[in-house]
Write a protein that binds this ligand. Structure first.
Ligand SMILES: Cc1cc2nc3c(=O)[nH]c(=O)nc-3n(C[C@H](O)[C@H](O)[C@H](O)COP(=O)(O)OP(=O)(O)OC[C@H]3O[C@@H](n4cnc5c(N)ncnc54)[C@H](O)[C@@H]3O)c2cc1C
Length: 414
């Protein structure tokens, strides 16, 4: 009765895509989801609009994957961003490509993405079991047995683990997939927060809400320079906004206890150009005081903080000596903050770390250790920058796992 060719654990982006493609491949499929509904995380993606992919080529996707991009080569070539757009359009969801090639549903409603996937599951007779907690999973006679806390037991030939990472536990993230993987002998790369705020040691509460446009944020760790250009935001205790989020993903595998991040407020002006500008303008505006002059260079909200941190005195421009001019230039080009930590993994947009991809076949998403066991989505140690790249990882690995789990299931029966 409860016997399936393929069972998918986790009804998120990767799990639904895997189930649909296993069903397309002719398998009898079920999804086991412990939430009361499918796709709870999809609902909150892209601020409720769901940036469902990035309308760009495979190379661009690979370049935006921070961890284990090579592993994604086959999955992304097998099911590209264009395939994702076609999949949703063919199933009735109109899409629109915006700035940065970000693709959204034309309705701007993430719920429409979920509806499209759920309709597709229904049309392909995928059995969806909600509110279902799993007690244990074990292997018997080359099958997987899944015993639920309700006492109901399911069996399948192929098992797909698509339980996501550890971020946003309110959407159902539990780390259960890591437990299953470990149970079957897989290594787990330590889960770390990614695409999250950078908490700093300094008291930046007075800057809460300040937004900086077109600045550069950089860090140097073990002689490697990380640099991001764009918009930055302050909270009461952290740096956030697009470039801080990207930076967190780039540096999260390092020991950050002694690392500083630097803001370049004027990336278009070299130190030499700033020097020439100040020499000229300090003469032209000799009677202006520094604080007043800084309004032409920085947002008002940061000026007192800037003066305090650089220890510059608020004197007339004519009185500013060479050393003070250099301090000003350094402050504008390398305004430093000491990292206290990255934000909590629960509030990172994605989890970096997870099932070690060395033990997973990139051409099928099948475990190299246990036949007919597959992994898809964020449970894998793969993560990307913002722009629709993370959901594309879920769709592409979901398709690969779904198709190959269905094939493996049939082969086993032959
Ligand atoms: C706020 C936010 C905004 C985002 N915006 C975007 C965006 O616009 N574009 C983009 O590309 N990416 C975005 N992401 C990232 C993207 O949502 C994820 O990368 C993607 O959802 C991962 O899909 P997944 O299926 O692997 O995991 P999930 O979507 O997390 O799905 C995992 C599923 O497994 C279920 N599950 C877990 N444990 C169990 C268990 N024990 N039993 C049964 N079921 C279980 C969960 O309930 C969940 O339904 C965003 C993430 C967040 C948090």
């Amino acid at each position: 009765m409860n016997k399936y060719d393929v069972i998918v654990i986790g009804g998120g982006a990767a799990g639904m895509m895997a189930a649909i493609h296993a069903a397309y491949t002719g398998a009898k499929v079920a999804i086991i989801e412990h939430n009361e509904k499918l796709g709870k995380k999809i609902y909150i993606t892209g601020k409720g609009k769901c940036n469902l992919t990035n309308n760009s080529d495979v190379e661009t996707h690979l370049n935006n994957i921070v961890t284990n991009s090579k592993f994604m080569f086959s999955a992304l070539n097998n099911f590209t961003a264009q395939n994702t757009i076609e999949f949703f359009e063919n199933n009735g969801l109109k899409t629109r490509t915006e700035r940065g090639n970000r693709v959204f549903p034309e309705s701007d409603k993430s719920s429409d993405v979920i509806k499209t996937l759920v309709n597709c599951l229904n049309n392909n007779n995928v059995k969806v079991t909600l509110n279902t907690e799993i007690e244990k999973i074990y292997r018997q006679k080359q099958q997987f047995n899944i015993l639920c806390k309700s006492g109901i037991e399911y069996t399948c030939n192929s098992l797909i683990v698509a339980t996501g990472g550890l971020s946003y536990s309110g959407t159902g993230a539990t780390g259960f997939g890591y437990e299953i993987a470990e149970q079957f002998g897989h290594k787990i790369a330590e889960p770390k927060p990614a695409l999250c705020s950078i908490v700093v040691k300094e008291d930046v509460s007075s800057l809460n809400g300040l937004s900086l446009r077109n600045v550069t944020l950089s860090a140097v760790i073990e002689n490697k320079k990380y640099s991001q250009f764009g918009d930055l935001l302050f909270t009461y205790n952290s740096l956030t906004g697009p470039i801080a989020l990207s930076m967190s993903s780039l540096i999260n595998k390092n020991n950050l206890s002694r690392v500083k991040v630097y803001i370049d407020f004027k990336p278009a002006l070299s130190e030499a150009l700033l020097e020439a500008k100040f020499k000229r303008e300090f003469v032209e505006n000799a009677k202006k005081d520094l604080k007043n002059y800084l309004h032409s260079l920085l947002p008002s909200k940061i000026i007192d903080y800037f003066i305090m941190k650089t220890k510059l005195n608020n004197k007339k421009l004519a009185e500013i000596n060479k050393e003070e001019r250099n301090t000003l230039i350094l402050g504008l080009k390398k305004f430093d903050f000491s990292i206290k930590s990255l934000d909590n993994i629960n509030v990172g947009i994605v989890t970096s770390g997870g099932v070690d991809v060395k033990e997973v076949d990139p051409k099928t998403c099948q475990s190299k250790l246990v036949k007919n066991l597959f992994f898809a989505g964020e449970v894998l140690d793969v993560d990307a920058l913002t722009g629709g790249f993370n959901l594309q990882i879920a769709w592409s690995t979901g398709v690969l796992a779904g198709v190959n789990a269905a094939i493996a299931s049939k082969n086993k029966l032959d």
